[in-house]
Design a protein around this ligand. Sequence first.
Ligand code: AHR
Length: 309
Amino acid sequence: IITIAGFGSASALAAKPVVMGFSQVGAESEWRTANTLSIKDAAKKDGINLKFADAQQKQENQVKAIRSFIAQKVDVIAFSPVVETGWDTVLREAKAAKIPVILTDRAVNVTDTSLYVTFIGSDFVEEGRRAGRWLLERAKKTPDRTLNIVELQGTVGSAPAIDRKNGFEQAIAGNAKIKIIRSQTGDFTRAKGKEVMEAFLKSQGKNINVVYAHNDDMAIGAIQAIEEAGMKPGTDIIIISIDGVKGAFEAMIAGKLNVTVECSPLLGPQLMQVARDVLAGKPVPKRITTEEGVFPAEVAAKEFPNRKY
Ligand code: AHR
């Protein structure tokens, strides 16, 4: 019997189906729905027994779910952490129980990185940079124009909200005419994106030239608020967002959204493969980064039929 990195034995694992405990953030966006589907489908296809828990965007629910997976002695735990910090204790418990942990989609901020085996997901800082670079290119058309940006941030303390803000700020830094005038969280949801945009419009009105939304759902909420205020999103106000869900492509085709930076939720097949590799004792990279593109409105109609989420 070969003992694998302290996580079990090859012969025992071959005998029974792999059990994976997965703690999902919630169902806050079109992206998340596609991500959940991808994970459930991939587990089914791969013959992995998936124990799925929806945390409804609450860290305490994720901690409870992970503790319950440990108590059930699952073979592997995977989760998409709602926020970056506060994971050390529960991850130490998983390590003590010799259950490997795989992070998907979002990173954690822990001092001991041996508490998880690998992290599969996008480079959120780069996504923010791509959004900022797109705006810089666009600004070249009107070099004398000041561009006042309002930013709709994702969930406070989450990796994508922190990183997408940083990346975007890095890209636009040093341009006196391009500046963020207001920034607030819309918690990655359509309803909150709309609510926050309404407040921005009330306080800033026609001063707003650009919306930078950390995800498509908030951008779609903002589009509704702008239309209700009697303005044309995509024309009167430039709209930039992240994810690349079908709803964003529809908005681009309708001329209401200017660009979406892709963030793929289709992590399921890769997660199942990595879980099998970890349990088989194969070495896996500490960071597995998803490949993604940028889709401006000009290519939306052509790309739409190819979109898988
Ligand atoms: O962590 C990925 C982000 O979470 C997606 O951009 C967003 O739509 C989701 O809610």
